[in-house]
Design a protein around this ligand. Structure first.
Ligand code: FE
Length: 361
């Protein structure tokens, strides 16, 4: 009942590239208004329009919850993040988007550099989002945290053999390392973090060393690397924690089997810490509903929302007062890298260039 009552308040449009050019956010707003009357007599002007690359059920439920609490209608246009950023740039100040929600600081920073975001000051956000997980000019805020960890074949690898990202370049791992391509923003940010933490020379040496030890030419997603470990193509894969959670809780029993044969290892615990990144949100430069957009980010950083991200989507809460879910806790606590995540964006171009220099496909 509850869900039906508010279903019309959240309009989600998934747009293919072809549609992107011809369809503006205005059309999505219109479609919502024809679907439902405004809640409890709220003015229909109380809206917030989001461009999001997060296509999770958890997000949908949270946005519905936000609408229910505030009476602010949420319109979502889903798409691939790079397409959404391009679209924002193309639409300029005419864009109807108020908020960009996307994974990875590399992308959030790219949007900032293109002048597509604006500062959003909020006492609640200052309290809920730690300094190192947000933009220094408050143009984006991290909302969920993911660690880029090692997963290993439990039947072939003793975790005592594992230690650091750097150790994966040792000859003992020759043809044993599985990792996706250099076009992955997650890998670009990982390397960007090493540039910040270890300096450029050591970052180049690391990338070179990994290319030497790759079990195969990179292909597929993070989850495909995990599957390849279980298939025996290699012994250790680099992947984001929530993908391991998704495998473990998959409706596909084969994926569950894969996850159960893997162990999770947090590297660099006695050195520089495990690499972390965020999925986050930034108020757009063109926002017509800036206050509503800030309210929504505040809501997503609240204890209630953060708990849900952790429990249903296997992401670590950005809000430090919220504890990770029991599943996440079962993987152990870990020491993260402590660099300001803005560095990941600043070093992105350099990282991409290093990948190409060392032949990481
Ligand atoms: Fe992802």
């Amino acid at each position: 009942m509850k869900k039906r009552r508010f279903a019309g308040m959240l309009a989600v449009l998934t747009l293919a590239g072809a549609v992107l050019t011809g369809c503006s956010a205005t059309s999505s707003t219109t479609s919502v208004q024809t679907e439902s009357s405004s809640p409890q007599g709220e003015k229909t002007s109380q809206v917030v329009n989001i461009y999001s690359d997060r296509h999770y059920e958890t997000d949908k439920l949270l946005l519905e919850e936000f609408s229910k609490e505030t009476g602010i209608k949420v319109n979502v246009i889903e798409g691939k993040s790079d397409e959404l950023i391009e679209r924002l740039a193309r639409e300029g100040k005419d864009s109807q988007a108020d908020l960009l929600v996307t994974a990875d600081v590399g992308r959030l920073h790219r949007a900032k550099e293109q002048g597509l975001l604006q500062s959003a000051e909020s006492d609640t956000l200052s309290k809920n989002v730690p300094e190192n997980l947000k933009d220094k000019d408050n143009q984006w805020y991290g909302l969920t945290v993911r660690a880029r960890v090692l997963v290993y074949a439990k039947d072939r690898v003793d975790p005592s053999q594992l230690s650091t990202y750097e150790d994966l370049t040792d000859p003992k791992w020759n043809k044993k390392i599985l990792v996706r391509g250099s076009d992955s923003i997650y890998n670009q940010s990982l390397l960007a973090s090493f540039i910040a933490v270890n300096g450029e020379e050591r970052a180049i040496a690391w990338a070179k060393g990994i290319v030497n030890n790759m079990a195969r030419t990179p292909k597929g997603s993070d989850r495909d690397q995990a599957k390849a470990v279980v298939a025996g193509e290699g012994d250790v894969a680099i992947m984001n924690t929530y993908y391991y959670g998704l495998l473990l809780n998959s409706s596909d029993s084969e994926e569950v089997k894969v996850a159960k044969q893997l162990g999770v290892f947090f590297p660099n615990q006695s050195t520089t810490g495990t690499h972390i990144n965020v999925s986050g949100a930034g108020v757009t430069a063109s926002a017509k509903n800036k206050e509503n957009a800030i309210k929504l980010v505040e809501f997503l950083s609240s204890e209630k929302a953060q708990k849900q991200f952790s429990e249903a989507n296997y992401e670590y809460p950005a809000n430090p007062v919220v504890e990770p879910s029991d599943l996440l806790k079962s993987w152990g606590t870990f020491k993260p890298q402590t660099i300001n995540l803005t560095k990941l964006g600043e070093n992105n171009k350099n990282a991409v260039q290093i990948f190409s220099q060392v032949g990481w496909k």
